[in-house]
Every structure is written in C-alpha cells, then in structure tokens.
Design a protein around this ligand. Structure first.
Ligand SMILES: [Zn+2]
Length: 291
C-alpha cells in the first residue's frame, strides 16, 4: 500500500492503521460543507459539496491531515427543482446546521484533532454566517483553532467573489470534476443561459487558477493551525468575530448582503493572505471596510 498510503487523506477510505498514522503526522481535519441545489442546466446538482470536498482532498494531499466526508445540507437554496432546503435562508434560528456542526467539532476534538477547517462550498449569506459563528464559538469552547469560511474567501485576490452557478463556480467544477459540467446545455437555460456571459467566461483553466490558490492557502493553514498557541487563537477569534459582527449588523440594519458589497476593495481582498500570515489584527481592521 506504499504509494497509496502516502496519498490517503479521505477518512472513509482509511483503515485504522492509516488513520492513526495520518493523525499522528498532522492532527488537522477538513470538513467540506455543501448541499444539493439547482445550479443551472449546465452544472451538477451537488456542485457545492463536490467542489468543497475536491478542494479539501487536494489540499490535504499537500498538507497532510484528514478529510471527513462532505455534509450535504445547509441554510437556504434556490427555489428550483432538485434543491433540498434544510433551513430557510433568512431564518434567525438554526435548529439543524448549527448543532450538527458543533457536534462534529466536538467529536473531532474528542478524537484528538488539534485543528479543524470547515470549508463551505454553499454560500448564501446565512450559511456563511452560521459556519463562521460555529467556528469562532467552538474555537473558544474546545480551545483548538477552527476556521469556518467559504472557499472563495481564499481567492478574493484572484478576483473570485463567489457566485451561484456563474463563471466562478462553473469553472471550479469544470476543473475539479470535468465530467459534471455540460456547458453546451446553457443555451437551454432561460436564466443562466439568457446571455453568453457564463459560457464565454468559464473555463477549466480559470477553475485551476482559483483551485491552485485555494489549496495553497488551505494546506498552509492546515499545517500551521495545530501549533497556534492560546494568544494566537484569541487574536484569530477576535478577527473572525469582527467580520461576523459586520455581516450581522449589515444584514439586520440594511439588507442580507450589505457586508459583502465592498468585498472586492483593495485591502479587503488581502483577507486570506493575512490569515495565512497570521496577521489577525489586520483582519480586524479590514473588517471595518466591509460596511
Ligand atoms: Zn453553489
């Protein structure tokens, strides 16, 4: 099993000896999050979870650590055929996603992991908020660093600001799972195919560009997070909470996406670089630009 063992990162495919070896080398676990949701006539329905899982697997092959199977289910989703909506997008309460994620984090902690990365490929505003909230809250409860972000927050400086079955998601899936994009079916889609923007803008090459950046940052975080000390964790929590506060304030006082409208600004796009460089105070400062 020599070569195979080296590449083994998927929890569900490991035998116990492999699990023990991998966690001993790097006690970081990746938890990919997504849902099943309509993504136009051109993209597979499981895009969000498939994308998050594939990114985590590729990152873990670089960094080490273990990838838990993806969670299909979250906040919101387009009101279209083949979408499962576990909880409404605008719900203040989270009866399913939040306790489920909290339990997963507790279990990872109980099993000996020293860092957790929850990467959500599904990103309505409330999904993003709940995932980040769980991450900061459980970082404090468990006293291990837990990051909870959408994958596109790791590629803001490459010009990807998140979309839904648009150029970004279509390109990522096209690169990560080439058989699951049928770009020629766009013309049959009255919404996504109403013009040729997605068809002309999407490519596996663009997906590779985003992927390379995202997995470089994920793998770097996965390697460094287990050794963060208490002070570093505190600063990390303060930084992530600063972003959360702005997102919540914008939602409640203005509109759900208010704190995302400046995400492309100079300085804000540096988020993931600052995260990898552990410049947490600069992230707290950056959060003020979001609203
Ligand atoms: Zn999506």
């Amino acid at each position: 099993m020599g070569q195979k063992q080296k590449e083994m990162v998927q929890w569900e495919r490991m035998l116990p000896a492999e699990f023990r070896l991998v966690i001993e080398k790097l006690p970081t676990v990746y938890l990919p999050l997504g849902t099943v949701e309509w993504h136009g006539e051109h993209d597979a329905l499981g895009l969000d979870a498939l994308k998050a899982h594939a990114l985590c697997v590729r990152a873990a092959k670089k960094s080490g650590g273990i990838v838990h199977p993806p969670l299909y289910g979250g906040m919101g989703g387009l009101d279209k055929p083949a979408t499962v909506k576990m909880e409404p997008e605008n719900s203040w309460e989270n009866y399913l996603l939040r306790p489920w994620l909290e339990k997963m984090c507790s279990e990872f902690h109980r099993l000996g992991f020293k860092a957790i990365i929850m990467l959500t490929g599904h990103y309505g505003h409330n999904q993003q908020i709940v995932v980040r909230e769980v991450a900061t809250r459980m970082t404090e409860r468990l006293q291990i660093p837990i990051l909870g972000i959408p994958e596109y927050w790791l590629a803001l400086d490459a010009g990807y600001f998140g979309d839904h079955a648009g150029i970004g998601e279509t390109s990522l899936l096209w690169h990560l799972e080439p058989d699951l994009v049928a770009i020629d079916r766009l013309k049959t889609d009255p919404d996504y195919g109403k013009d040729s923007v997605i068809e002309l803008g999407s490519s596996p090459e663009l997906g590779k560009k985003y992927t390379d950046l995202i997995i470089a940052r994920l793998s770097s975080l996965a390697q460094s997070m287990p050794s963060w000390d208490g002070d570093k964790r505190d600063m990390f929590v303060r930084a992530e909470n600063a972003i959360l506060s702005v997102q919540l304030r914008g939602w409640r006082l203005l509109h759900p996406w208010a704190a995302w409208q400046n995400i492309h600004l100079e300085g804000v796009v540096d988020y993931s670089r600052l995260l990898v460089d552990e410049q947490f105070e600069k992230i707290s400062i950056l959060s003020r630009k979001l609203l």
